[in-house]
Design a protein around this ligand. Structure first.
Ligand SMILES: *Cc1c(COP(=O)(O)O)cnc(C)c1O
Length: 391
């Protein structure tokens, strides 16, 4: 039986060659020529003045908030439907992540909910381009300007996605990308921050490198962190960026095949790409509407697909449903979306016939389970899905 993972890194290009060149050069730590090259290449890719490499996407978010001066007592607005790192980064600064609901068609942060969440303590907005689909940056940037708030984009899942042809990473004061093994491109573990603001770039570099004065060795004018990337990771990053356009095209192709082979089935719903907004379809993500408020049904579907060799992931649990960020406020859209969603195999290696096969198994199991649910039989308890990746 063929096994279809949800994601797999593409290490086929110049990755090995660059990695070994970095190794052989002896520059294996956080100095070396690949770091500067990777940062220059990434800045060119996003169209920003600066790109700064970091040890992972979560610490990139922390650095962005540190550079913007986020402190205890501050509030930062984040979507409840996201990966936990977004909220954690705010928490690391001693500030409060204020959760907002998502839109039912895009599953992204709802700008109207953001507007209602603004208080005198709000300092910024942290939108997440979920599963590769950019947020409504037109609405969010005008809201931020009106209230004098900054925006940090969590673009961890959306390298290359665009709003009106402009790439994400260039809308916020700062944007953060992840280079974890399952993301659009990877350095094993890694992250990047992008910004057009020279002063923010200077602060990010300062905090990333223990706070050491760039002009005076071992002189620390401020407390910093060690959030640096290694030259080894940057060597992989350089190779990955050389093929990023091909990888993005492959992700888009896979998503369009799923839409083709599941077309006309109103049992499923996709993330809507509104006019001018282009997703990179990091993960092919579908909602099975029968499972709204019935995650056990969705889990049963995942378990049946797993026995066909088809790996899937449940959508993220909304932040408000977990202990660290438990909230009495209601987030009805996020609850509905999260309980019914699953990420399908999304590897850029998939071929059309693979997607056709997966779509037909998905349709078959969903029909059977929905019929069973209709007649009151309980779906078998799902097995836990323990993939390699944490995301
Ligand atoms: C992956 C991810 C992160 C964290 O990135 P790491 O590199 O794993 O630390 C942050 N936010 C979102 C939305 C992510 O998907």
């Amino acid at each position: 039986m063929i096994h279809y993972p949800v994601t797999e890194p593409d290490l086929d290009g110049n990755d090995r060659e660059h990695l070994l060149a970095a190794f052989d050069s002896g520059w294996i730590s956080s100095q070396g020529p690949y770091l500067a090259q990777f940062e220059a290449d990434f800045a060119r890719f996003t169209g920003t003045a600066h790109a700064l490499a970091a040890c992972n996407g979560t610490m990139a978010l922390h650095l962005a908030l540190l550079a913007l001066g986020v402190r205890p007592g501050d509030e930062v607005i984040v979507p409840t439907f996201t990966y936990v790192a977004t909220a954690n980064a705010v928490h690391y600064c001693g500030a409060t992540p204020v959760l907002v609901d998502c839109e039912s068609d895009t599953w992204n942060m709802d700008p109207e909910a953001v507007a209602s969440a603004i208080t005198p303590r709000t300092v910024g907005i942290l939108p997440v381009h979920l599963y590769g689909l950019p947020c409504d940056m037109r609405a969010l940037t005008s809201l931020a300007a009106k209230h004098k708030l900054w925006i940090v984009e969590d673009a961890a899942e959306a390298h290359g996605a665009t709003v009106d042809k402009q790439r994400v990473g260039s809308f916020g004061a700062v944007a953060c990308f992840s280079l974890y093994g399952n993301k659009i491109i990877t350095t094993g573990e890694g992250g990047v921050l992008t910004t057009d603001d020279h002063e923010l770039a200077r602060k990010i570099a300062l905090f990333r490198g223990q706070g050491m004065d760039p002009e005076r060795r071992y002189w620390f004018p401020t407390v910093g962190w060690n959030y640096r990337m290694t030259n080894l990771a940057a060597a992989l990053g350089v190779a990955q960026l050389q093929k990023i356009e091909r990888l993005i095209a492959a992700h888009k192709r896979v998503a369009s095949w799923y839409r083709t082979y599941l077309a006309g089935q109103d049992a499923f719903a996709w993330q809507t790409e509104r006019h001018g907004i282009e997703s990179v379809h990091w993960l092919a993500s579908v909602r099975w509407l029968a499972a709204e408020h019935r995650p056990e049904l969705r889990d049963a579907l995942m378990s049946r697909l797993a026995s066909d060799g088809i790996d899937t992931r449940p959508f993220f649990y909304p932040m408000h449903s977990m202990p660290p960020y438990a909230s009495k406020a209601r987030f009805p859209v996020a609850d509905r979306v999260a309980s019914s969603g699953l990420n399908l195999p999304s590897s850029p290696r998939l071929e059309e016939s693979d997607v056709q096969h997966i779509a037909s198994r998905l349709t078959y199991h969903a029909r059977e389970l929905a019929a069973g649910a209709l007649f009151g039989s309980r779906p078998a308890r799902a097995r836990t899905q323990n993939g390699v990746a944490t995301t």
